[in-house]
Design a protein around this ligand. Structure first.
Ligand code: SF4
Length: 212
């Protein structure tokens, strides 16, 4: 795909949604980190319901430690894998209190050293909480990038590197959310909604369906 097309794709996505953001509810970096840690194999709606119970009671690392593992589990038990997630969150809170003065660190190595935090979660935090131009390639971004031809790759790291190289600078900060939302609501996995896709004429996918 050429640079002009890539530029036009992001221009359209921006026109369609000028201020894209995560659908997780959060107001501090720690709240976002908690929500992302809880979100593996869970819907954002499900996570938001659990954090709506948890955050009024505990929305700092120390407060989560004070809450204790049993009470934490009780607050998030509606989410899949809640036992493991609760344990990771407790360990993460220990590290944040002991090594980072109770704050979420702003560097990739420090984030990736936290239990349950991999490259994708670190990218989400760096991008969404701290405004860094990172792109966390999840299943949606991977699919949209490959289908459209924006950034073809066999694995998420290859797609991430290509996106970082090819997304025009002015769109880099928000590219992550535009691509996720596009994949979640339009370029869906089984039957993409090509007929109502704002970038249909620019997309290079050979298997387009439902085009008017
Ligand atoms: S035209 Fe279809 S395949 Fe291409 S981005 Fe739009 S929904 Fe996805």
């Amino acid at each position: 795909m050429n640079a002009q097309k890539r530029h036009e794709i992001f221009k359209r996505l921006r026109e369609h949604n000028p201020e894209p953001t995560t659908e997780l509810h959060w107001s501090t970096p720690f709240e976002l980190l908690t929500a992302v840690l809880l979100s593996a194999q869970a819907t954002d709606v499900g996570v938001n319901k659990a954090t709506a119970r948890l955050f009024p009671v505990a929305n700092t690392p120390q407060a989560v430690l004070d809450l204790g593992i049993n009470s934490l589990k009780e607050h998030i038990r509606t989410i899949g894998l809640y036992n493991t997630k609760a344990e990771n969150l407790m360990k993460t809170c220990h590290i944040l209190v002991e090594q980072h003065d109770g704050e979420v660190p702003r560097t990739r190595p420090a984030l990736e050293a936290l239990p349950g935090v991999g490259r994708k979660t670190a990218n989400v935090i760096l991008n969404t909480a701290f405004g860094e131009p990172t792109i966390a390639v999840d299943t949606h971004i991977f699919r949209v990038s490959n289908r459209t031809g924006l950034a073809k790759g066999k694995d998420v790291v290859e797609v991430e590197n290509k996106l970082l190289r090819h997304v025009p600078t002015e769109f880099l900060q928000d590219a992550h959310h535009w691509l996720i939302l596009h994949g979640r609501y339009t370029c869906v996995a089984r039957k993409p909604r090509c007929g109502s896709c704002v970038i249909e004429d620019l997309c290079e996918f050979k298997g387009k369906v439902d085009i008017a």
